[in-house]
Design a binder for this molecule. Structure first.
Ligand SMILES: [Zn+2]
Length: 433
């Protein structure tokens, strides 16, 4: 059975930093989707309905955008959002490690996974690169719930063998055994992917990072995620712990952890040598502005990363971040770049939340926009029940202006529906028009 989804459609078809015509808006548009969730056609609604007269149509009174892609979020910090900490290392110790230890309880972890996945879908996110729990039962529960609810995730066991309470640490042999088991389980599910997840250089010995490099080489298609250059004290401590490394990035480079399937969160306090090496290796960097503001970490330079050809995607970094969804995070992306006199337009903001994420995660053949042949992952924004915002949008001069304003003002309660591969989630039970 073919399904049709219709509404005001907006997506980017190329990189808008280099292509002025990358944004495509189709007012009163539609796309047709087959049973596998693959897009068959994208056009004005009347053309699509004429081409597929027997299709079942779901018509939305609102904007339909590609599903948002979150490049950095922590599952075991779901309930640690907006906890107090003066800066990164203090916050980790006082607020985050105790919250993460609660995931040892498998019943709690299962219900936390339900909350986490529901909240992502409710916020308009359809794909997420997630730091899993240190506890294998909890990370397995996250994969299971994501598979049941149809969310695309890339995740893995958070690995640490020093610098945290004992309950959160693994020995290197334990880490190897648990990682191999989970990798083999996850490989069976098409929408799930495994990411080796050493927390950051300070929480891993050289032996733990050597293991991550070995596992990355042993299995095809694994991702690697970790943190870098977030905070001055963290950077100084890392330099002291790895005196042989030329800089923070070089710590990971020495263990073979860079490449086109690696995502490093933050990279605020960086230098040209590190940016150059990121570009050469195709290593992606995840920009998490709300987290950077919250912890007072600093301001990320998108311009410098783009200059060196570094793939950049956006992440919420829950629980240091304060937005659960990338859709809401885009307003913080805009402000962080405004502070540096880079004024992003609607196409660039939308790109950073969607196609840029797909490209950085090597998934642009499947997701990121509504090109025919891709999977129908989308979010529907409906402002009908927000008279103030609806009135504001009435003062926009054209659809592109309206999109820009929405990308700055939209909140999770404006998300009417989310879909992954054409499977619709309508969290508040609203029917389509
Ligand atoms: Zn993080």
């Amino acid at each position: 059975m073919v399904q049709i989804f219709s509404g005001d459609i907006a997506h980017v078809v190329a990189d808008p930093f280099t292509h002025g015509d990358a944004l495509q808006i189709i007012e009163n548009g539609a796309f047709a989707v087959d049973e596998q969730g693959t897009i068959l056609a994208l056009d004005k609604r009347d053309r699509v309905t004429r081409r597929y007269p027997d299709a079942v149509e779901t018509r939305f009174d609102g904007w339909v955008l590609p599903g948002m892609i979150d490049g950095h979020i922590h599952f075991p910090q779901t309930f640690a959002t907006a906890a107090h900490g003066t800066h990164l290392l203090d916050w980790l110790e006082r607020s985050v490690f105790p919250a993460e230890a609660a995931y040892a309880d498998e019943d709690f972890a299962r219900s936390a996974a339900e909350t986490f996945v529901d909240q992502l879908l409710r916020s308009g996110t359809t794909t997420a690169l997630v730091f899993g729990s240190q506890f294998p039962g909890a990370t397995r529960a996250l994969f299971q719930v994501a598979a049941e609810k149809g969310l695309r995730i890339i995740s893995g066991l958070t690995l640490m063998d020093q610098g945290a309470p004992d309950a959160l640490l693994h020995t290197v042999p334990q880490a190897e055994k648990l990682s191999r088991t989970l990798i083999e389980e996850v490989e069976k599910e098409p929408k799930l992917h495994y990411a080796l997840t050493p927390r950051f250089a300070l929480s891993c010995t050289a032996e733990m990072m050597t293991l991550c490099g070995e596992l990355a080489r042993a299995y095809d298609g694994l991702y690697i995620q970790t943190h870098i250059n977030e905070n001055g004290e963290e950077i100084e401590a890392t330099a002291a712990a790895f005196p042989e490394a030329a800089n923070y990035l070089d710590v990971y480079d020495r263990f073979g952890l860079l490449g086109s399937r690696t995502v490093l969160a933050h990279n605020i306090h960086t230098c040209d040598a590190q940016l150059k090496r990121l570009g050469e290796t195709g290593t992606a960097v995840c920009h998490c502005p709300a987290s950077n503001f919250y912890l007072g970490s600093g301001i990320f330079s998108l311009k410098r990363h783009r200059h060196h050809g570094v793939p950049v995607l956006v992440g919420t970094d829950i629980g240091a971040g304060t937005n659960f969804g990338v859709l809401e995070e885009l307003g913080s992306v805009y402000k962080a770049q405004q502070m540096q006199r880079l004024s992003l337009n609607a196409a660039q903001l939308l790109y950073l939340g969607t196609l840029a994420g797909a490209e950085a995660l090597q998934m642009a053949d499947r997701i990121g926009n509504f090109a025919v042949g891709k999977q129908a992952d989308f979010v529907v924004i409906d402002t009908a029940e927000d008279p103030g915002l609806r009135l504001r949008l009435g003062f926009c001069h054209n659809p592109e202006d309206a999109l820009f304003t929405q990308l700055n003002l939209v909140r999770p309660h404006h998300v009417r529906a989310t879909a992954v591969a054409g499977r619709l989630h309508q969290p508040r039970g609203h029917g389509a028009v």
